[in-house]
Design a protein around this ligand. Structure first.
Ligand SMILES: [Zn+2]
Length: 712
């Protein structure tokens, strides 16, 4: 195998129009982080880069809908995403953003390089245009009647009712979703990158020279290459993005998939002045961590661009993961069928490692996998708590009880086969983990760590030092030989604990730190070269009292999380407004059509009066309001409805202090089915209006009227 002098790891740039969910973490950020931490522990020269992808049509559309600027959209989500990664311990060396100046310059220079080589083909085409909003429309932003089934809200690329794939020309009565205007065709010029010219090169490079790539990646590349590559437009009509650096290109920007991967280069430039060592030197191993929806961009288009430019290394591997479904269903941001990382961090403070563990143990490495809260609970309770945590805890408790809280001596003359075998297990495990991580088999590697702690438990159970301790002499203390056996068992279990800290560190770094604290040793011990050593903790060294590494997760917590799925009205402004959306990693090719990231129709479908009449809207007066424990967005309200009093839980705590809303008259959806939130049954929903800044306002009668009055 080729030896590399340095490593450059990239993780897909998340799209800055929504927070990240656990599908994103499992797809690429967590595996990339584990690999980065492992390489650092091995003292390799590694740079781990990422940043927010802040260009593209979905961001301008979002800005238009919310009445804010695209910059405000990306500022908001860049901050949320960056914070989520930091909290989860994703250890980027830099988390940059593509709206930075260095990126604009780098991307524009890259384009200029290809342009000056005469590589682009200029083409004029006709595209749909919204004259009112003065913008070209991607297919998804045109709706009309489906010619197949008559659905009045079919999209320009697909009818979601009958599944027909459509083009905007086929729609009856097409209109722009931005303005309701009838779209017109308009001529526009773009620069196309002739991918087909690089087909022979890519075939040789991937299909012949990279047969070791994961099957899912290799297979997808092969199918793209077998089907033949087409020229692809590398520019778009928009004012938001990297301006096309040509004189006749007013109102045109680089295609987001042209500029985004160049973001890896820009981020490295920001990180170190020696950036070219990482990008332009053949002894660098470049690895792109991505989800499967990005394979074509990272294995075909970007490498073709790098090759056409010249002077850059190409990725050595692209270990893309498949998708993570949630409770048996695909992630859908518009239905809020997702587990948001920022919400997880609020609900499970200090338990980052539990999520890291479950997402790695169940990673969609070879096929789509399913995340369920039950499995989350089971893995936590029966693996982290009952196996790994239990071994470490028992070792510490017994060491304090039977060995005065100090690392006991190893009496080599009374060592038996089981003692010696335990140490062989450690070095065998080390070799297997290394082998698996080099192949990007993170699940299997993590399994090895847990399996080693399972062997530790078994060893302890067989040795039963608490029974041996009963072989006492007349002084009530264990006889000498018994004490020697106890010493050996706990000495070895403690050395195993130190080794487990090294092994678990890339996966569960917060847990490794807790273990260091208990062992009173410094970070240095986590260096990978220490793994497999038998004398990491010195004899006679006193250790701290045990602290629990993990806690049990109970049924109520699981129920509460399951209840949040698909539930948009529950917590916080974002969900109240139904606006939180990110490119769902289950939808193919988020940026290829420049549209897929918004799967919510802008206007809701027309309804009949009968539908409206089903709502029982009533005026009520808020009698009392209090914060709901452990939910910083929820208020528990008592509302006087005239003939009755209702308890309603409302996601408005970030907008109103409890005492400022007592006495307020509000409109209540009175016949909404009751639902439990945080153990409180909520009976009804309070109508809120949201202004452009995102602030919520009550919908109230103009003057005080009787409680229970109907609204229609
Ligand atoms: Zn249809």
């Amino acid at each position: 195998m080729k030896e590399f002098k340095r490593y450059l790891l990239t993780a897909a740039l998340p799209y800055a129009n929504g927070p990240v969910h656990i599908g994103h973490l499992a797809g690429c950020y967590l595996p990339a982080d584990i690999y980065a931490r492992y390489l650092r522990a091995r003292k390799r020269d590694v740079k781990f880069v990422c940043g927010s992808d802040e260009h593209g049509v979905p961001i301008t559309i979002r800005a238009m809908k919310e009445g804010i600027t695209p910059q405000e959209v990306v500022d908001k989500y860049h901050a949320i995403i960056k914070h989520s990664f930091e909290e989860m311990g994703i250890s980027f060396d830099i988390y940059s953003r593509t709206s930075n100046k260095v990126h604009h310059t780098t991307a524009a220079d890259f384009f200029t390089n290809l342009y000056e080589k005469g590589l682009f083909e200029e083409k004029e085409t006709e595209q749909y245009y919204d004259e009112e909003k003065k913008t070209f429309l991607a297919d998804r932003y045109i709706v009309g009647t489906c010619p197949v089934c008559g659905n009045q809200n079919a999209y320009g690329d697909q009818c979601e009712r009958c599944g027909s794939s459509l083009s905007p020309e086929q729609l009856i009565n097409p209109k722009s979703t931005l303005s309701d205007a009838v779209p017109v065709k308009k001529r526009t010029k773009h620069w196309y990158f002739p991918l087909q010219k690089y087909e022979p090169y890519l075939k040789q490079w991937i299909l012949e020279e990279h047969k070791e790539w994961k099957n899912n990646v290799y297979g997808q590349c092969k199918s793209w290459l077998d089907n033949g590559l087409q020229p692809r437009a590398m520019t778009r009509d928009s004012n938001w993005g990297v301006k096309v650096p040509l004189p006749d290109a007013e109102g045109k920007v680089l295609y987001v998939w042209f500029d985004a991967p160049i973001g890896y280069i820009s981020a490295t430039k920001e990180l170190t002045e020696n950036w070219s060592d990482y990008w332009c030197s053949n002894d660098t191993k470049l690895v792109h961590f991505i989800g499967k929806d990005n394979i074509v961009f990272h294995c075909i288009i970007f490498p073709a661009m790098l090759h056409a430019h010249g002077g850059f290394v190409l990725p050595e591997n692209v270990p893309a993961n498949e998708f993570l479904n949630i409770e048996g269903d695909k992630v859908s941001t518009s239905r809020n069928w997702a587990v948001w990382v920022d919400k997880y961090l609020e609900d499970f403070p200090g338990q980052q490692d539990v999520l890291r563990y479950v997402l790695c143990a169940n990673a969609p490495e070879t096929k789509d996998n399913d995340f369920t809260w039950k499995d989350f609970q089971d893995r936590n309770n029966s693996e982290l708590v009952a196996i790994f945590g239990n071994f470490v805890n028992r070792t510490f408790v017994l060491m304090h009880k039977l060995c005065n809280g100090k690392v006991p001596k190893l009496h080599e003359d009374v060592m038996d086969n089981a003692d010696r075998r335990l140490f062989e297990e450690i070095s065998e495990t080390k070799a297997r983990i290394e082998d698996l991580l080099e192949q990007f088999k993170f699940r299997d590697a993590l399994f090895e760590v847990i399996d080693l702690s399972r062997k530790g438990n078994k060893y302890m159970q067989d040795k039963q030092p608490w029974i041996v301790a009963k072989e006492t002499g007349s002084d009530g203390k264990p006889v000498e030989q018994a004490q020697q056996k106890i010493d050996n068992t706990l000495h070895l279990c403690l050395q195993l604990t130190a080794n487990l800290a090294i092994f678990i560190n890339p996966f569960l770094p917060f847990t490794a730190q807790k273990m260091l604290h208990m062992m009173k040793v410094v970070d240095k011990i986590l260096d990978w070269e220490n793994a497999g050593k038998a004398k990491l903790l010195s004899t006679g060294y006193s250790l701290r009292a045990p602290e629990l590494l993990f806690r049990k997760i109970d049924d109520e917590e699981v129920k509460s999380q399951v209840g949040k799925l698909g539930n948009k009205m529950q917590e916080g402004k974002a969900q109240v407004a139904g606006k939180v959306q990110v490119p769902v990693n289950n939808e193919t090719d988020k940026k290829m059509n420049d549209t897929r990231s918004t799967d919510e129709p802008v206007n809701k479908a027309t309804i009949q009066y009968d539908d409206f009449a089903k709502l029982d809207l009533k005026v009520g007066t808020i009698l009392s309001a209090e914060k709901v424990e452990k939910a910083d967005k929820l208020l528990k309200l008592e509302v006087d409805m005239g003939s009755e009093k209702r308890t309603i839980v409302s996601g408005i705590a970030l907008h109103f202090a409890p005492d400022e809303i007592v006495g307020k008259q509000v409109v209540v959806v009175a016949n909404l089915a009751p639902r439990k939130m945080r153990g409180i049954e909520s009976n009804g929903m309070i109508l809120m209006a949201e202004d452009k800044s995102g602030k919520l306002h009550f919908v109230s009668p103009g003057q005080q009227i009787d409680e229970g009055s109907g609204v229609s």
